[in-house]
Write a protein that binds this ligand. Structure first.
Ligand code: T4K
Length: 391
């Protein structure tokens, strides 16, 4: 790795990239490989590969305990988990979601012929603005899906109040929020149910995977049946269903990564604070903060670039990519700006001004166990050079 000191050292000025290999946002964290191999041997010995195997059951119990909820219904990925939760809750017609989220939140509804209606976000928290949610309610609305974006819980009390007043179902896309809490209550205990993602790029992964966590016995039972084609025992199909099952080898990865979770969070926390310290005095640049009194997983380091910055957000991304730092502008341009939804809602941006503003500001920086202290410092110094060199 090259030392970066002055602006002419940047790759966009003709120098070699700061890093020989690309630094990715979402590089997987992988726990003890020997333990994983032991689990794999057990799977082969038992010849039980899928369909609610013993590792899946053990994994579900541990994830439920971790979040202090009654049920964890594991699934093959977070998107299918969303789809099953939406169907099990009986959502139809229109469902209100933020536009500023990963597109899977919207797709999970559209895929089932339910209309996603985009509400705006709070520009500070990046989560659903309850006032905007209220404005989007129509006679066709059946539910709200809040998103705990970046692992920071949405405004759960205000959303529950709206749902209760209008007799709407409330659930959460908690894909980013494994292990997070709000005012001391663990994610999993808000709304009717909450959906986790264990995708490779999440700080906690099962290769691919997801789950719905809930305290509702009937809902959990229904989702267990739905993820297995609706079968309630041999030959007896009682629900519309799909194949949404988690496989044993994914659960093995989950059990291994659960052992490593404290270590991963500690590294993420360290990296976040290193970035924060190094970038805090830069004009026009700020890092999204976390409530340190709650549980956070710090899996996304979100830098916001405002008008006061000497370099635009897109120019920063371009310069970082030239240095082999593959920062991302998640979740630009917002779902309403993506082709399947842009054509449905040509005037949506009039109602989604905060979403558009935030989508134009965000740069997500690499973190996780593959990022050493020195690497984080080097990424931060590239950003410093870029901003201060152009001020
Ligand atoms: N709701 C929300 C709010 C979500 O953010 C997501 C997923 C979902 C629902 C749906 O959950 P899942 O169905 O995915 O379980 C990635 C992930 O694919 C996606 O899971 C995630 N959100 C989203 C935020 O990020 P992309 O399009 O950014 O993926 P990609 O291929 O560009 O990979 C990201 C970076 O990670 C790249 O720089 C490469 C690196 N990478 C990736 C993989 C898979 C690795 O280094 N190793 C790997 O194995 O969507």
């Amino acid at each position: 790795m090259k030392q970066i000191q002055v602006s002419k050292d940047l790759a966009i000025n003709g120098a070699a990239p700061a890093f020989d290999q690309p630094l990715h946002v979402g590089r997987p964290n992988i726990g003890d490989r020997d333990l994983f191999m032991k689990y794999a041997e057990g799977i082969f010995d038992r010849r039980w590969l899928s369909n609610n195997g013993p590792l899946v059951q053990e994994f579900e119990q541990k994830v439920a305990d971790y979040h202090k909820v009654k049920h964890c219904v594991s699934m093959c990925n977070g998107t299918v988990a969303l789809e099953i939760a939406i169907r099990a809750l009986g959502l139809t017609g229109e469902v209100i979601i933020p536009s500023y989220t990963f597109v899977a939140t919207a797709h999970a509804l559209s895929w089932q012929a339910i209309t996603p209606v985009f509400a705006d976000i709070d520009p500070v928290t990046h989560t659903l603005d309850p006032a905007s949610v209220r404005r989007m309610i129509t006679p066709r609305t059946t539910g709200i899906i809040g998103v705990h974006l970046w692992g920071r819980p949405a405004e759960t009390e205000a959303l529950q109040q709206i749902a209760d007043e209008h007799n709407l179902k409330l659930m959460y896309d908690a894909a980013h929020a494994f292990g997070c809490s709000s005012k001391g209550t663990m994610v999993g205990n808000f709304g009717a149910c909450e959906v986790l993602s264990f995708h490779a790029t999440k700080f906690f992964n099962t290769f691919e995977g997801g789950a719905v966590i809930t305290n509702d016995d009937d809902l959990a039972e229904k989702m267990r049946l739905m993820r297995n084609f609706g079968f309630a025992g041999f030959d007896n199909v009682v629900h519309m269903g799909i194949n949404g099952k988690m496989i044993e080898i994914a659960a093995a990865m989950g059990l291994v990564n659960l052992e490593a979770i404290d270590h991963v969070i500690e590294i993420n926390r360290r990296n976040y604070h290193l970035y924060k310290e190094a970038l805090s005095d830069l004009p026009g640049v700020s890092l999204l903060s976390f409530n340190e009194e709650d549980h956070n997983n710090y899996q996304y380091v979100v830098m916001e670039v405002s008008e006061g910055s000497s370099v635009s957000r897109d120019a920063i991304i371009e310069a970082l990519h030239a240095e082999n730092i593959l920062a991302r502008k998640y979740f630009w341009p917002g779902c309403h700006g993506m082709k399947p939804y842009r054509e449905l809602y040509p005037h949506a941006s009039l109602l989604l001004q905060n979403s558009e503003k935030v989508a134009d500001r965000v740069v997500v920086l690499p973190t996780g166990t593959t990022m050493s202290k020195e690497m984080v410092e080097a990424v931060a110094s590239v950003i410093r050079v870029l901003i201060l060199g152009n001020a």
